[in-house]
Write a protein that binds this ligand. Structure first.
Ligand SMILES: NCc1[nH]cc(CCC(=O)O)c1CC(=O)O
Length: 343
């Protein structure tokens, strides 16, 4: 009816993957938006496995096959918003979708979750440490060349079970089947563990001077069709309210660096931007200092190239430029060869 056209919508849908982490992140983000707007949000689970993630879908998500199905749902209008872990998103933004909001960032550090409260220094010689990430593996080996890195897959609780076995709190969050503890430690993102309420398994938050996190780690992205973010209604206002400029600029620099290196999310590249507010204000944004650190590693950790750049930034474009600048410095110094980037 023409009447319903005139009534602004007050109910919106958030597409989410089915994993505990995805549902938790989507729920928390929906609550944040609800508080900012008084609008209602409903979660819609989008299947991301199997036959839907093939052909053009895989291209949409690039290496981020998980993002791909969610993005198709957005483009088809089956949901209004999607919440992604930023570090899982390919650096190229697909046409027809925008990252409307980067909310405040959680702890960026990687977390060692070890048996018996052990820290990285305490782990016994040749201890078995599980990670599926070449970036984590390389930096762990650089700090502790004696470690045995075990390639592991699966969701967060399943990985923890490789160390903590049948801990009941892991069974609660969906670990099933046979639970064997065969590793001394695993390394996971602090942010994911905290969001799942599993931070009690952390025995050391690894300092970025030892392990630089993945570009985008600890940050979320709320993605939508451009008109959703721009139409000036209550939802677009809420999306704007939840935005965190520091997080947006940090992540922009990190991802510009990754993009310029033409490295995917599986490359042994770490990067961390840290923004501190300056005193000069403008109506749209606030200038400040952006420090960007990055590391390119050989997969066995024997070669590491670490670089740092710093700039006063007053715009997203400035943040991006810092990322490109540091990537260029790394490439000029031979990072592609060290990290095995095919160029
Ligand atoms: N690759 C999986 C993934 N994607 C985002 C997170 C954690 C949350 C975050 O970093 O924002 C994780 C798990 C992990 O790396 O331990």
């Amino acid at each position: 009816m023409s009447e319903s056209q005139a009534t602004p919508r007050s109910q919106f849908t958030v597409g989410t993957r089915g994993s505990a982490l995805a549902v938790t992140q989507s729920t928390a983000t929906a609550q944040l938006l609800e508080q900012a707007s008084g609008l209602g949000f409903e979660l819609i689970q989008v299947k991301t496995e199997g036959d839907i993630v093939t052909g053009p879908l895989a291209q949409l998500g690039g290496t981020g096959v998980f993002a791909a199905a969610l993005r198709v749902s957005l483009l088809e209008g089956k949901c209004d918003l999607a919440v992604h872990s930023l570090k899982d998103l390919p650096t190229a933004q697909p046409e027809g979708l925008v990252i409307a909001t980067v909310p405040e960032r959680a702890d960026v550090r990687d977390a060692l979750c070890a048996r018996d409260g052990l820290t990285l220094d305490d782990l016994p010689t040749n201890a078995k440490v599980g990670t599926g990430s070449p970036r984590r593996a390389a930096q762990l080996l650089a700090a502790r060349p004696d470690l045995t890195i075990v390639d592991i897959r699966g969701n967060v609780p399943t990985r923890l079970a490789r160390v903590f076995g049948e801990d009941p709190s892991l069974v609660d969050v969906g670990v099933g089947g046979e639970l064997r503890s065969d590793l001394d430690a695993v390394v996971l993102a602090t942010a994911g563990l905290e969001r799942l309420g599993l931070e009690r398994f952390i025995t050391e938050r690894l300092d970025p001077s030892i392990v630089l996190p993945a570009p985008g780690q600890g940050a979320l992205a709320i993605e939508c069709r451009p008109e959703t973010a721009l139409n000036g209604d209550l939802l677009s206002t809420a999306l704007h309210t939840v935005e965190n400029q520091a997080a947006r600029w940090e992540v922009k620099a990190e991802r510009a660096l990754l993009g310029h290196l033409e490295a995917g999310c599986a490359a042994p590249i770490g990067a961390l931007g840290r923004f501190t507010l300056g005193s000069e204000h403008s109506s749209v944004s606030v200038a400040g200092e952006l420090v960007l650190e990055a590391v390119a590693c050989s997969p066995d950790g024997s070669r590491m190239m670490r670089r740092r750049a710093q700039k006063t930034v007053a715009s997203l474009a400035d943040a991006r430029a810092l990322g490109v600048q540091l990537a260029t410095e790394l490439l000029d110094a031979g990072a592609a060869d060290i990290a095995g980037l095919t160029r």
